[in-house]
Design a protein around this ligand. Structure first.
Ligand SMILES: Nc1ncnc2c1ncn2[C@@H]1O[C@H](COP(=O)(O)OP(=O)(O)O)[C@@H](O)[C@H]1O
Ligand SMILES: [Mg+2]
Length: 411
């Protein structure tokens, strides 16, 4: 959502003389040989990004970004993910300098950039619409920003060669954008950023216009690119798979606020609240309303339809919730059809829909009155709609949330 930048704005982000983090003018590329180009990058591009208490108000009513605190390490690839309208693009545009901040501070490297215009921030941004110049060849599109900087043609050619090599663009350099597929156009847009050799790459849903297969391919290319050319990157997407696969760290936003920042495994294994738990992972985590109770020595989570022993590491914290309702969460991949196993880890379910995916089957089941629960089971499983089954839960895989605050209940 949100408006898209026009070409003018898109190119206005970077083609200015680059400044080092300390604010000195960086050496133009001709001042050093191509062979020590990469070494130069290493020493110059210390570009951590620090957002402190960042806020954005649109008018008096709309508070789009709320107290965002986030430190992005030099060369780290951070994926900013959340539903449409949660403030991802606004946050990114504030880093780029395309949007004024209402309060807070943005640092890139050692500089506070709050009041620097986009062209002085040395960031390059890739958008969902590729914003290529249709009347120019691919080569000229790639050269455009550098020519604006008055870089000599010889150096421009070297920069383009290098980018074309990385992105496999050599055969396309003479073509016009309209003679390219969507994926090729997006690759050219990436190339335009690479040739500028910026301190920071900012991506705003750059793959959303591509079909699913191409999206997956471009994901891998971006990942490979980051390995070859480690540059501090912020990648905005509403797609949790994209965020999980691309990010060194995933930052989940909702309603203008950062919910959780962590490695993909941390946000998957230890979501801090019900929202993150439901947003990360597909099919989404199942949630059941249960009450915690002591039965002898055991702590059990029960509802009219389930009774599960709680052996999770959070058991100690959960003891304080005896007699109270909590939300139990369990991922589809941590449910299996039970052939044996203790009753304390299984519950009855009625199969409603069987989705055969080849690699696995998704079972939509009804547990008790109304609850639909999804389980992922092996593709050869003999199961049909209407079957009564038992589902077993992998030990240690239950999550519990406070029904009021929706925060996870932890030790
Ligand atoms: N120029 C604007 N004026 C007023 N509200 C805006 C403007 N741009 C974005 N918003 C609002 O701010 C919120 C965050 O928008 P945005 O950052 O584009 O979300 P996202 O990129 O996560 O989809 C949304 O509710 C959106 O409607
Ligand atoms: Mg957006």
């Amino acid at each position: 959502m949100g408006e898209r930048l026009g070409e003018g704005e898109a190119t206005g982000v970077t083609p200015s003389p680059s400044l080092s983090p300390k604010g000195e003018r960086r050496k133009s590329k001709k001042e050093y040989e191509k062979k020590d180009y990469d070494e130069q990058r290493v020493s110059e591009s210390m570009a951590a990004i620090v957002l402190s208490k960042l806020n954005k108000h649109y008018g008096s009513l709309h508070h789009a970004v709320k107290d965002v605190d986030l430190s992005i390490a030099d060369r780290e690839f951070v994926a900013l993910v959340g539903p449409s309208g949660c403030g991802k693009s606004t946050t990114l545009r504030m880093i780029a300098g395309l949007e004024d901040i209402s309060s807070g501070e943005i640092r890139i490297g050692e500089r506070v950039v709050n009041h620097l215009p986009p062209r002085d921030r040395d960031v390059a941004m890739v958008f969902q619409n590729y914003a290529l110049y249709q009347h120019m060849s691919v080569y000229d599109n790639l050269a455009f920003g550098l020519r604006n900087k008055k870089m000599p043609e010889r150096d421009i050619k070297a920069a383009i060669d290098r980018a074309a090599e990385m992105l496999g663009l050599h055969d396309l350099l003479k073509r016009r954008p309209r003679q390219l597929s969507g994926g090729q156009q997006q690759r050219v847009a990436l190339g335009r950023c690479i040739v500028r050799n910026p301190l920071v790459f900012l991506f705003d849903e750059p793959l959303s216009n591509l079909d699913a297969k191409l999206r997956a391919q471009m994901r891998i290319e971006i990942k490979r690119l980051h390995a070859q050319l480690p540059t501090t990157s912020v990648f905005v997407t509403h797609d949790q798979v994209e965020a999980m696969t691309l990010g060194d760290r995933v930052v989940v936003m909702r309603d203008g606020r950062v919910q959780q920042a962590g490695t993909p495994l941390v946000v998957y294994n230890n979501p801090v609240n019900r929202f993150v738990a439901g947003f990360i992972g597909a099919p989404a985590m199942n949630f059941l309303d249960v009450t915690l109770a002591k039965e002898g020595d055991a702590l059990v989570a029960r509802s009219p339809a389930v009774k599960l022993a709680v052996t999770e590491p959070s058991r100690r914290a959960l003891e304080a919730w005896q007699g109270k309702p909590v939300i139990l969460g369990v991922r589809p991949e941590h449910l299996a059809l039970a052939t044996d196993g203790p009753l304390s880890r299984t519950f009855a379910a009625k199969v409603e829909v069987v989705e055969q995916l080849g690699s696995e089957i998704l079972l939509e089941t009804r547990v008790g009155e109304a609850r639909v629960t999804v389980a992922r089971v092996p593709p050869e499983t003999q199961v049909a709609a209407g079957d009564q089954v038992r589902l077993s839960v992998q030990p240690g895989r239950l999550h519990f949330f406070d029904p009021e605050s929706e925060a996870v209940i932890m030790t």
